[in-house]
Ligand binder design. Structure first.
Ligand code: NOJ
Length: 564
């Protein structure tokens, strides 16, 4: 619903749910939709406006559900379509919107259309919906023994897998197919007309069921240069290339926006939205995505990439605001793909693919500082102009779990790099709901029956982070988040802020440990990212503090919201 030109998603706080790790209602050790529904009261009390559900579709789970074998169904492990409908209506009753994950870059190798492609001959229409090519000849002679180009998989190794042909004409090693991620995730060919048509149907299917919008997986990468040229020269990780930030994306996203806008804007859930997962090296890369008529929003990962230094945070915020103004690019400090902030901030540097290995090497050092910094970062995140997302468990201050045994790991990144990169399992460990018991309350079962162990092992001290323990402690991280979200809703300077006012105004120098900005009317954020206490800026009252503050100074690793 639009209120005086204000659209709900412009300053909404979203909450990312990784369903298999949120809450388990049937005791099998895997989170599910009824489990999530049973905890909607917790999310309403937390004060979030929307939940983004990562994939819950039928899937062989080679990549946590981002290997979809049916886009219009619920994986039986997670529930039924009736459970999904009950979740959407239960959330609506609590004024919470549901955003689902659209995975258009690739499907699962178990998807019926990919199976049909494998069964069909080279050159067939079935194969043309994916990206099949003959291999390149190698030094030993012709025969297509080399991948068609030198593109790497994002999970390690080549982006190509060779198939074995058995089409009646030819038996043995045959064509190759492209997969920017795991072998089990073949990329769709977006130049084939069936593919956009298929996804239009998928989008309408879920919008018709009342979802408020889509989170678009790999939104920067779904269209490839049909010439599939080799990569040459230096390759900045997220710069434009033959498979990133292609111009064909913009008309595609405009067509999706037209579908979103064709749904009535009045009533709940109001105007439908889409938020793209777009990784970029410099925020200017976002500009084409933010042109009018395209995706309503794209994620802003700058705060994940910034190190624990006031100057880095300030640059991250300034450069993103210059391009996005805040409301078009929700801020995040964590997702299910990166090391958890409470552990990440034990290091001074921003997130890199090496972060988890560095945390493992760090052992127990700096744990307290990491936890303090994550609380301070939460107050920075929620004071910024526009919209923000919280990844489940951030509000509990959960650390990255670094001790997962190799034989329990699930992330394809771990397998494809032969263990060089431990992967993302450490931020996906099932949530602790109670202080004790099997799975710390993650799984609930009927009277007397004992739930299965959670699908990823929880650390022995998980109970101290549990919702139960934290709700009983007024200084806990969950209570900090609840207070921050309540204030954010009520304070006229927060969220999108007062109309006609600057998004924010920096106070103080851009060097040293203090990160400090004002928002009007009457609000100042001050965070100390340096090693020594700094004087508190002038204020009338302290609205909220991430840690103890006394005597007019702000201790290191602490943030405050001030009324002025
Ligand atoms: C981004 C998702 O967030 C990540 O979890 C997944 O592995 C890749 N896209 C591939 O779908």
């Amino acid at each position: 619903m639009s209120d005086g030109g204000h659209v709900w998603w412009e300053d909404a706080v979203g909450y990312e749910v990784y369903p298999r790790s949120f809450a388990d209602a049937d005791g099998d050790g895997v989170g599910d939709l009824p489990g999530l529904r049973s905890r909607l009261g917790y999310l309403a009390d937390l004060g979030v406006d929307a939940i983004w559900l990562t994939p819950f579709y039928p899937s062989p789970l080679a990549d946590g559900g981002y290997d979809v074998s049916d886009y219009c169904a619920v994986d039986p492990l997670l529930g039924t379509m009736a459970d999904f409908d009950a979740l959407v209506s239960g959330a609506a009753a609590r004024q919470i919107r549901v955003i689902i994950d659209l995975v258009p870059n690739h499907c699962s190798s178990a998807h019926p259309l990919f199976r049909a492609a494998l069964a069909a001959a080279p050159g067939s229409d079935e194969r043309a919906r994916f990206i099949f090519r003959d291999g390149r000849d190698n030094e030993q002679g012709p025969g297509g023994g080399q991948p068609p180009n030198n593109w790497p998989s994002q999970f390690g190794g080549s982006a190509w897998t060779r198939v074995t042909e058995a089409d009646g004409h030819h038996q043995g090693p045959g064509q190759w197919y492209l997969h920017l991620f795991d072998t089990s995730q073949p990329d769709w060919n977006w130049h084939h007309p069936d593919v956009p048509a298929l996804f239009e149907d998928v989008i309408r299917f879920w919008l018709d069921r009342g979802v408020a919008g889509l989170r678009v997986d790999v939104a920067h990468g779904i269209v490839k240069d049909p010439g599939l040229p080799d990569l040459t020269g230096p390759q900045p990780l997220n710069a434009p290339s033959a498979y990133r930030h292609r111009p064909e994306l913009q008309p595609l996203f405009r067509s999706w926006r037209a579908i979103l806008d064709s749904y009535p804007a009045e009533g709940f859930p109001g105007p439908r939205t889409a938020v793209g997962e777009v990784w970029y090296d410099v925020p200017e890369t976002l500009a084409p995505y933010l042109r009018s008529g395209g995706l309503p929003q794209v994620f802003n990962f700058q705060l994940i990439l910034a190190g624990w230094r006031a100057a880095e945070f300030r640059t991250a915020i300034d450069s993103a605001l210059a391009v996005t103004g805040g409301s078009r690019a929700p801020w995040v400090i964590g997702t299910h793909d990166v090391a958890r902030p409470a552990s990440r901030y034990r290091l001074d540097e921003g997130f890199t693919p090496q972060t988890v290995s560095r945390l493992i090497a760090l052992g127990d050092r700096n744990a307290e500082a990491g936890a303090r910094r994550a609380r301070a970062a939460a107050l920075v995140l929620l004071a910024l102009p526009g919209s923000a997302y919280i990844y489940q468990g951030e509000e509990l201050g959960l650390p990255e779990v670094t001790g997962i045994p190799d034989d329990a790991r699930q992330d394809p990144r771990f397998f494809r790099t032969k263990g060089e990169f431990p992967g993302r399992d450490g931020c996906r460990v099932p949530l602790p709901w109670s202080a004790a018991g099997t799975g710390f309350g993650f799984s609930r079962t009927g009277q007397g029956s004992c739930p299965a162990e959670p699908w990823l092992p929880q650390p022995a001290d998980w109970g101290r982070y549990s919702v139960e323990s934290q709700l009983a402690d007024e200084h806990s991280t969950v209570n900090l988040y609840r207070s921050a979200l309540r204030l954010r809703r009520d304070h006229p300077a927060l969220g999108r802020g007062a109309p006609g006012r600057d998004a924010l105004r920096w106070l103080g120098p851009d060097e040293g440990g203090l990160l400090c900005f004002a928002r009007e009317p009457g609000f100042v954020l001050a965070a100390n990212l340096g090693p020594a206490p700094v004087p508190l800026p002038a204020h009338r009252d302290v609205l909220l503090a991430s840690g103890p503050v006394a005597g007019g100074s702000l201790p290191p690793d602490t943030a405050v919201w001030l009324g002025t």
